[in-house]
Ligand binder design. Structure first.
Ligand SMILES: *Cc1c(COP(=O)(O)O)cnc(C)c1O
Length: 427
């Protein structure tokens, strides 16, 4: 493992002068992100423009309320910033209404519940161990303790969502709100099928596209627009913006959502984040972003094929999107052991449950990987055989406790990464 560099970063002179200790940590993180192959599917590299926007004096302003309806004066500029972000979101996703204030994906989802359900009401989402998100009604989340969460999953034989099961559950339980989408779903979500089920059950349907928003914006995954009532998304995953979130909807639900975000759940919006969201949305409207979104999927498919060729067991047999879920049971290595070994080899992933996992969530059978970050660095399907080979060798090395093999891979990875500089990082 390389030692974190203690040298001060060149790009943050004021920080380096005022707080060398913190500046050194930032520099070390920059080096780590530059040198490693980042395969966590919820992560990315934002552009230098997004980074700059999120580090501006917009930070200094309080703006409770919405453009033209604020509780603080001095909003001559901030109103324009937020309006720009809202209009860009509406145009990019083709929606009637957008709220760009949620602090992150989890609060955005909480606002959707607040808008449409009362404590104790039934809400429905995908179970966390099946690939859903904590905020889709899972027990340890507020959404599963303040509401009565009922949960659907995937079929054991196919690893795919069982829409008949979803429908039966929705009609039996009559939830106020249904969430579709998730954090470990390698396959296309059938928003039209969910739409029909929700209408039949009389539920408000929320599509949580946190993971796939960039693919939807770039035309590489079908859009939920026209099938769902509300769209919730983070802005920092495939969409490649700052850490933040948005709620989008038809006119019908606009007021309820806005009221739920503010004053229901939050105070002042993070204006520097709003600005960076606006920048990211502009980037996502460019033809190059469509190319990126399709390249993310092409890379994931090529990587899945290369892993299958090496005998890896992939949940659902492959991928339609940016994400691959590997079940390492046949390799005899627990997910966490594999993830830690991969990390030592310079390949950053996270351990993850697989559907029907016999192991415990803190040490599950799977590893979740994805291609947004490597695509943002310009890697192509031609590189994916090499990536699969590293993963294969690292998992073998994990089983054999072969630290030398991991160090060798780490050096090879760093070589390839040096040839593909990451957006937003010092060269
Ligand atoms: C990431 C994610 C969230 C939560 O986002 P945070 O910003 O981490 O709170 C919610 N839903 C889904 C499906 C996600 O993937």
């Amino acid at each position: 493992m390389t030692t974190p560099q203690t040298q001060l970063p060149a790009g943050h002179p004021a920080l380096a002068a005022a707080d060398p200790e913190l500046a050194a940590l930032v520099g070390a993180e920059e080096r780590l992100q530059a040198d490693t192959l980042r395969l966590i599917p919820s992560e990315n590299y934002v552009s230098a423009a997004v980074l700059e926007a999120s580090g501006t004096v917009l930070q200094n302003k309080y703006s409770e309320g919405y453009p033209g309806r604020r509780y603080y004066e001095g909003q001559q500029v901030i109103d324009q910033v937020e309006t720009l972000a809202i209009e860009r979101a509406k145009a990019l996703f083709g929606v009637a209404h957008a709220n760009v204030q949620p602090y992150s994906g989890s609060p955005a989802n909480l606002a959707a519940y607040l808008a449409f359900a009362k404590p104790g009401d039934t809400v429905m989402g995908m179970a966390l161990p099946m690939g859903g998100h904590l905020t889709h009604g899972w027990g340890v989340s507020a959404t599963g303790s303040w509401f009565r969460g009922v949960q659907y999953g995937v079929r054991r034989d196919t690893g795919l969502i069982d829409y008949d099961q979803v429908r039966d559950l929705a009609l039996a339980e009559r939830p106020e709100v249904i969430f579709c989408g998730g954090t470990a779903l390698p396959r296309t979500i059938d928003f039209a099928a969910f739409g029909e089920i929700a209408r039949e059950a009389g539920a408000v349907l929320v599509a949580d596209i946190a993971h796939i928003a960039g693919l939807v914006a770039g035309g590489a995954h079908p859009s939920p627009v026209g099938h769902v009532d509300v769209i919730s998304t983070t802005t920092h995953k495939t969409l490649r913006g700052p850490r933040g979130a948005m709620l989008m909807s038809t006119e019908e639900h606009a007021r309820a959502l806005d009221k739920a975000v503010f004053p229901g759940l939050q105070g002042g919006p993070h204006n520097q984040t709003t600005a960076a969201i606006a920048v990211a949305l502009r980037e996502a409207s460019l033809p190059s972003f469509r190319d990126y979104a399709h390249a993310v999927v092409a890379n994931a498919k090529a990587l899945a094929d290369a892993l299958l060729a090496r005998g890896f067991d992939l949940v659902s047999g492959g991928t339609d999107n940016h994400l691959i879920l590997m079940d390492l049971t046949p390799r005899g290595v627990p997910g966490k052991t594999a993830a830690k070994a991969l990390d030592r080899a310079g390949i950053v992933v996270n351990h993850n449950t697989v559907p029907f996992d016999p192991r415990k969530p803190f040490d599950p059978s799977g590893v979740r990987i994805g291609t947004p970050s490597l695509t943002s660095r310009g890697l192509t399907p031609a590189h994916m055989d090499q990536v699969a080979d590293w993963i294969d060798r690292a998992v073998t090395a994990a089983a054999a406790e072969d630290e030398d093999a991991l160090a060798t891979i780490r050096a090879e990875v760093a070589d390839l990464m040096a040839a593909h500089p990451a957006p937003g990082l010092p060269a």
